[in-house]
Design a protein around this ligand. Structure first.
Ligand code: SAH
Length: 247
């Protein structure tokens, strides 16, 4: 999935930011960087130093003359925008974007572009209108614009989280992890009540909702079969000890 996500930077003017973007991408496992009409050199001391070891992404980056070229093979393009624009457009949150990614990337040949604007003026309306949807990172309304590499970092992190969730297999449960059944719990509650009466902790004539409260506690814990056996064992030992104490 991550190999199908392309970061597109339009008209970037600081090499350091391009380096910072490369680092953010490599940290999160993204590798496809496209630059549209950059307004600075790409490989400089600044960009290499900010990339801090991810400069291979700078060398691999593909430079395009137009946004259309950069996203030509993409099945979904999402524009990152610090401001809301005059023309309403489908707007999604970074988390919503991430949730869509597994299915968007699933198809053979699918590519998703995340498009970022210029440091000084962002994306133009024409550029935003070439995107299927816009994503806004919910920032302080009085100071909404993130540094370009920081904005890429936030969205790349969301992509990675979506990928990790998808890649994590369902936990395999062995027998010991099996939850106790309803019937096993009922048997336990009966046993518990008998024991509590035997040790004079519980008086069925004055129940004070004790059994209900204990039920609530045990049900909240969702005990496993193995844990139920341990608890039953404790009750049996308690009964025996109480028997020995009888005058
Ligand atoms: N001054 C510009 C913002 C430039 S920041 C403006 O007002 O539009 C450079 C790029 O980082 C933006 O074009 C956008 O792609 C991304 N970015 C910055 N802050 C963002 C935010 N809060 N949400 C989404 N993208 C953001």
């Amino acid at each position: 999935m991550l190999e199908r996500i392309r970061i597109v930077l339009i008209g970037t003017s600081h090499p350091g930011n391009i380096g910072g973007v490369a680092r953010a991408m490599h940290n999160m496992g993204l590798a496809d960087l496209a630059l549209v009409a950059p307004r600075c050199e790409v490989i400089t001391q600044d960009s290499i130093s900010r990339a801090s070891g991810a400069d291979h992404l700078l060398h691999q980056a593909v430079i395009h003359a137009t946004l259309e070229d950069a996203v030509a093979d993409c099945t979904l393009a999402v524009g990152a925008s610090a401001r809301s624009r005059t023309l309403p457009w489908p707007m999604i949150s970074p988390r919503e974007l991430a949730e869509r990614l597994p299915s968007e990337c699933h198809q053979e040949g699918a590519h998703v572009a995340l498009v970022f604007g210029r440091e000084d003026s962002g994306l133009t309306n024409a550029e935003l209108q070439r995107c299927h949807a816009h994503v806004h990172i919910p920032t302080n309304a009085d100071f909404s614009s993130l540094n370009l590499a920081a904005a890429v970092q936030v969205l790349a992190y969301e992509c990675r989280m979506a990928w990790l969730i998808q890649a994590t297999p369902e936990p395999v449960s062995d027998n010991e992890d099996e939850l106790a059944t309803h019937a096993e719990l009922e048997r336990y509650f009966e046993h518990l009540e008998r024991t509590l009466i035997a040790i004079d902790f519980h008086d069925p004539a004055q129940p004070r909702q004790l059994m209900a409260r204990l039920r609530r506690l045990y049900l909240r814990a969702r005990p496993e079969k193995m844990e139920m056996n341990i608890l039953r064992g404790i009750l049996s030992a308690t009964e025996k000890a109480a028997d020995r104490q009888q005058p």
